[in-house]
Design a protein around this ligand. Structure first.
Ligand code: NAD
Length: 379
C-alpha cells in the first residue's frame, strides 16, 4: 500500500499547473511507494485560487502561504511563485519540518540561495529544485551516453534558449504576468529565467564551469511598472551571450534572449566530442541526433533516434515504442524521482545544494556582463 504524501501548493500560475498535473498523475504510471494527494493551495487571490483548486482537485484554499507551512496535514510545500519569494517560503517550510520542492532558479542570487540550503540541511528535510529539462528522456539519454564515454573527450558544449515576447516597449514590468521583467522580483532577466536551465543541464552532463565571460544587454531601458503605473528603469538583462571554459577542458557557448523574433521557447543543445556529437531540440523533444564517428566511412552520418523505446529513460512506464510524450512528462518524471528518493533514501537531484552552481554561474554572467571581465568560478 502506497503512503500518501500531502502536497501544499504555493501559487496557481504556469508552474503550479505543470506541477499539479505531475503530482496528480505520477502514481498512475510510476510505482514509487508514495501517492501524492493535492491537499491545499495557497494564494492571495482566493477567488482565483479557488477556481484553480476546483480544476485540479485541491481539497482547500489558504489565503497565505504561511498557513500551508503551519498546517499539520501538509507534507511537502511546492514553491511555484516568483523568484523573490523562493527563499522566505522555503526557509519557513524547512523550519516547520516540511519537505520543500522549489522552482528554479533556486533564488535570485547564490547569496540568497545559501540560507535556503542551510535551512533544508539543518532541518534534514527532503528538498529538490525543478530543473525539469534533465528529465526529458532524450536529454537523460545524452547524459548516459556522455557518461558511458560514447563521445570520448568533450571539446564543445553549446546551448541556446530564445524567445521573442518582450520586444515591444509597451510590455510592462512587475506584477502578474510580467514579474520576470522586474529585477526585484526576478533577480535577473534571461540569465536566471532561461539560461539557468541551459547551465544546469550543461553542468549536470559536462561538469562544472571554471571561468566565463559574458555580454549582456537591456534593449528596452525603461518600462512602465505595473505596481506604480510609472515609467521605471529596467534592471534585467534582455539578452546574454556567454563564453565558458569547463573544468574538463571543453569550451562552452550559451546564448539567451527574449528578442529573437519568431522564437517562443527555442532551447537547443549540442555536444561535440572526439568520437561523436549529440544534438537535441526542445521543439522535437523525443528525438536525439547522434553522430557516431566509429561507424564505417561510407555509412557514417547523423542518426536520428526516436527516444520512445521501453529501454530509453522513463519510457518503459508510458505507452509503446514509437508513441511520443511531451513537455509535461518531464515534471512527472521529476516527481517520480523525488518520490523514489523518499522511498530509497537516495535524494533526487538536484537538491537545493546541487542547484547552487547554476545560481553561481548566473551571478558570474551578470557580473561579467557589467564589468566586461572574465570571472573565475570554483568547481
Ligand atoms: N521549470 C520550468 O521550466 C519553469 C517554467 C516557468 C517558470 N518557472 C519558475 O516557476 C516560478 C513561477 O513561475 P510561473 O511561470 O509559474 O509564474 P506565474 O506568474 O505564472 O505564477 C506565479 C504565481 O505566484 C503567485 N504569487 C505571487 N505572489 C504570491 C504570494 N505572495 N503568495 C502566494 N502566491 C503568490 C501568483 O498569484 C501566481 O499564481 C518562477 O520561479 C519561475 O522561474 C520554471
Amino acid at each position: 500500500m502506497a503512503k500518501t504524501l500531502n502536497v501544499g501548493m504555493v501559487g496557481y500560475g504556469f508552474m503550479a499547473r505543470a506541477h499539479s498535473n505531475a503530482w496528480s498523475n505520477v502514481s498512475h504510471f510510476f510505482d514509487t511507494g508514495y501517492r501524492p494527494v493535492l491537499k491545499a493551495v495557497a494564494a492571495r487571490n482566493t477567488e482565483k485560487a479557488g477556481g484553480f483548486a476546483g480544476m485540479w482537485g485541491y481539497e482547500r484554499v489558504e489565503n497565505d502561504w504561511r498557513k500551508l507551512v503551519e498546517a499539520r496535514d501538509i507534507d511537502v510545500i511546492d514553491v511555484c511563485v516568483p523568484n523573490d519569494l523562493h527563499a522566505e517560503i522555503s526557509i519557513a517550510a524547512a523550519k516547520a519540518g516540511k519537505m520543500v520542492t522549489c522552482e528554479k532558479p533556486l533564488a535570485r542570487t547564490a547569496a540568497e540561495a545559501m540560507p535556503m540550503i542551510e535551512a533544508v540541511e539543518a532541518a534534514g528535510v527532503p528538498n529538490m529544485v525543478w530543473y525539469n529539462y534533465r528529465r526529458v528522456p532524450a536529454v537523460m539519454l545524452v547524459k548516459h551516453l556522455v557518461e558511458s564515454g560514447r563521445l570520448g573527450k568533450i571539446f564543445h558544449y553549446r546551448a541556446k534558449f530564445l524567445q521573442d515576447w518582450t520586444i515591444s516597449p509597451d510590455v510592462p514590468q512587475g506584477g502578474a504576468g510580467t514579474w520576470r521583467l522586474d529585477v526585484d522580483a526576478a533577480g535577473s532577466g534571461v540569465t536566471g529565467d532561461l539560461l539557468a536551465h541551459c547551465l544546469d543541464t550543461a553542468m549536470w552532463i559536462n561538469g562544472g564551469i571554471s571561468s566565463l565571460t559574458a555580454m549582456t544587454e537591456t534593449f528596452v531601458k525603461q518600462r512602465k511598472h505595473s505596481d506604480t503605473g510609472q515609467l521605471a528603469p529596467v534592471g534585467i538583462d534582455d539578452a546574454a551571450a556567454v563564453l565558458t571554459r569547463f573544468a574538463n577542458g571543453s569550451l562552452g557557448t550559451f546564448e539567451s534572449t527574449r528578442y529573437a523574433r519568431g522564437h517562443k521557447a527555442a532551447y537547443t543543445l549540442e555536444i561535440n566530442g572526439e568520437k561523436g556529437s549529440l544534438a537535441w531540440d526542445l521543439h522535437d523533444l523525443n528525438r536525439l541526433q547522434f553522430f557516431d564517428h566509429s561507424v564505417e566511412g561510407q555509412l557514417r552520418g547523423w542518426t536520428n533516434i526516436l527516444v520512445t523505446d521501453g529501454d530509453h529513460p522513463y519510457l518503459g512506464k508510458w505507452w509503446v515504442p514509437g508513441l511520443i510524450i511531451g513537455y509535461e512528462h518531464s515534471f512527472t518524471h521529476q516527481v517520480a524521482d523525488f518520490l523514489t528518493g523518499l522511498a530509497t533514501g537516495k535524494p533526487a537531484s538536484p537538491t537545493f545544494r546541487e542547484a547552487l552552481p547554476a545560481n553561481q554561474v548566473c551571478d558570474a554572467i551578470i557580473a561579467s556582463g557589467q564589468s566586461g571581465q572574465w570571472v573565475t568560478l570554483q568547481t
